[in-house]
Each structure stands twice: as C-alpha cells, then as structure tokens.
Design a protein around this ligand. Structure first.
Ligand SMILES: NC(=O)c1ccc[n+]([C@@H]2O[C@H](COP(=O)([O-])OP(=O)(O)OC[C@H]3O[C@@H](n4cnc5c(N)ncnc54)[C@H](OP(=O)(O)O)[C@@H]3O)[C@@H](O)[C@H]2O)c1
Length: 299
C-alpha cells in the first residue's frame, strides 16, 4: 500500500472467491502487479473492501488508481436471493454502481462478471451477448441491475457472462457430486437443464487477456459443447472411476426455491474472435481438473 500515487496494475476484487482465487493465482504466476481485496481479510496481502460501501470503494480506488479493476465479487447464493433479494441487489446492483463511479473517477477500466441467469432460459439456440434479457430469478434480476449500472455509468467496461463454474477453489457441482458418488450406490441427476460448464482456470485466463488488451463490451465465456447436469456428473464419475449408478431425472423431481433455466447455453463466438487461443471442450477441462486437483482418472 506504499506506492499508491501513480496509476498502475490491477485491483482484483473478490480475490478469495471461486473465480477470484484463480485470477489471483494466474496474476501471481505472471508476476503481474496487482492489489487484491476481499470482504473480510485474513491474510496481509488482502485489502478490505465492501463494494456496497460507496465511500470505501471511492477511497480505495482513488488511492490505488489501478489501470484495471477486475470484479469477481458478488452475491452468488441463487436460492438464498429469493428470500434476500434486497441484499442480492445491494451487492450485485449497487456494488457494481459504486465500482463504475470509482472507475470513472480514477480513469480505470472495469471488468465485471455476470451470468447466464439474466436470460429467460427458454431459447433453443445459444444466447448471443446482444440477445434480449429477461431474468426469471431474484439472483438473475440483481445481476442484470449490475450489468445495467455498468453500461449506464462506467466509461470503460467489459462484462463477461459465464455459467456453471467449477475449478480448483471453492465449492461447486463437481466437488459435491464426487463426494456424493463416493458415499452412495446410486444418484439421480437433473437431465432437463442444458448449459455449458466453465472451468475457472480458462475463464481467468480470458479475463487476464481482456484486461491486458482492454477488450471492451459484452462477452460470453464458457466451455463447449452444451450438456445437461446429468451428462456432466456422469462424465466426472466415470473419469474418476467411482462405482456409482447415475440415473437421469427431471427438474420437477428436485424442486428448488429459485427457478433454474432449462436452457442457458451461451454463444462465445464474439469472445473467440478476441482470444489468441482456443477455448477447450468441457470434457478436456474436466479431465485437467480431475488430474490436477481431484482424483486419479480411470486409465
Ligand atoms: N458460480 C457460478 O456457477 C457462476 C455462474 C455464473 C456467473 N457467476 C458469476 O461469477 C462471479 C464469480 O463467482 P464465484 O462463484 O467465484 O463467486 P463466490 O465464490 O461466491 O465469490 C464471491 C466473492 O464475493 C465476496 N463478496 C460478497 N459480498 C461482497 C461485498 N459486499 N463486497 C466485497 N466482496 C463481497 C464473497 O465474500 P464472502 O465469501 O466473504 O461473502 C466472495 O469471496 C460472480 O459475479 C458470479 O455472479 C458465477
């Protein structure tokens, strides 16, 4: 925090989340100058920042004056948001507004992460970044407000919508499913929701590339091709050589507080035009995850 006079580097917000941890890891590997903030710091490398606290946001960003702010923080409890929409909107909407105002003040570029939940989930072909939005859940509405605040206020911004995140850090679907598969002989997994799993390792790489190039606008990033949760779980269990029978079931059999989109496939063609590397299939990234972070893959 000593050299905060001149504008340089990156401020990574939400550096201890599932995605933020991976962005931090890759920035470190690249020896890139960056500051990192979290809501409740436990390590000395972390600055404290609550994005809902406007004055705190303005003060910190004015002090650092980063080239670029990468916002990986969010209210991400999809079911919890149904009962706590005000809090979700405060963090995902007002938080994004505060960051936009601060970015303008310090002439910083803002990279923000959003979600497939801004769409209605009724499409039959992959959603393009410019397609009409119509969120069906409180979480989706709160994330859409954040997108709108950034587009209205920030002078220089990138929004990357993503879906079905998993990776080395945090809790996610694959960790849960593999734990359940080891403890049960049979599992039922929803087969009537289609989407695209996204490996945080690849998404973080895209975010860092976009921050270097200041690629501006609305983008989608996920791995391909589309699949159901059942397909994703079955592949992970088979690759991990776990003996567990996996059976498909419907969304109706597993009612949840927040409605889930039946189709949330994101078209990433626009993103691909800006990347110097090819996004991997979800099967390849799943193999990488299992090999490097989870279990021995069946030979
Ligand atoms: N996970 C998915 O499948 C998924 C899918 C589509 C899009 N996304 C989007 O991708 C981004 C990253 O998601 P993720 O799964 O990595 O999220 P995550 O693991 O839940 O991390 C979010 C981080 O934000 C922090 N945070 C919450 N309120 C805050 C506040 N007021 N000020 C500052 N930080 C705050 C959280 O801190 P605490 O833990 O201390 O509360 C947490 O560290 C989010 O924008 C999310 O909406 C995620």
């Amino acid at each position: 925090m000593d050299n905060m006079a001149k504008k340089e580097g990156i401020l990574l917000i939400g550096a201890d989340g599932m995605l933020g941890s991976q962005v931090a890891e890759q920035l470190k590997q690249k020896n890139q100058t960056f500051y990192q903030s979290v809501l409740k710091p436990e390590h000395e490398q972390h600055l404290a920042l609550d994005i809902t606290n406007k004055q705190q946001v303005l003060d910190l960003i004015d002090q650092i004056k980063p080239e670029c702010i990468i916002n990986c923080s969010a209210y991400t409890d999809v079911d919890g948001a149904e009962k706590n929409e005000e809090l979700a909107t405060l963090i995902n909407g007002t938080g994004a507004e505060n960051l936009s105002l601060a970015c303008n003040m310090s002439d910083s570029h803002l990279i923000h992460i959003s979600t497939d939940y801004v769409f209605d989930g009724q499409a039959t072909i992959a959603y393009q970044p410019e397609d009409p939005v119509a969120p069906q859940s409180a979480y989706g509405r709160s994330k859409l407000i954040g997108e709108e605040k950034i587009q209205d206020i920030a002078k220089s911004w990138t929004i990357i919508r993503t879906a079905w995140l998993y990776g080395p850090d945090g809790n996610h679907f694959i960790k849960t499913i593999l734990n359940l598969a080891r403890k049960n002989d049979q599992l039922k997994i929803v087969n009537d929701q289609k989407g695209c799993p996204t490996y945080t390792v690849e998404l973080a790489k895209c975010i860092i590339d976009f921050s270097a190039n200041k690629t501006k606008g609305m983008f989608h990033f996920c791995n391909s091709p589309e699949c159901s949760w059942y397909d994703f779980a079955l592949e992970a269990i088979n690759m991990s050589n776990i003996k567990c029978e996996v059976n498909p079931c419907t969304t109706e059999e597993f009612p949840r507080p927040a409605p889930r989109p039946s189709f949330s496939v994101l078209n990433c063609d626009k993103t691909d035009k800006h990347l110097s590397w090819a996004r991997s299939s979800w099967q390849d990234t799943l193999k990488h995850y299992l090999n490097n972070y989870e279990y021995e893959i069946a030979k």
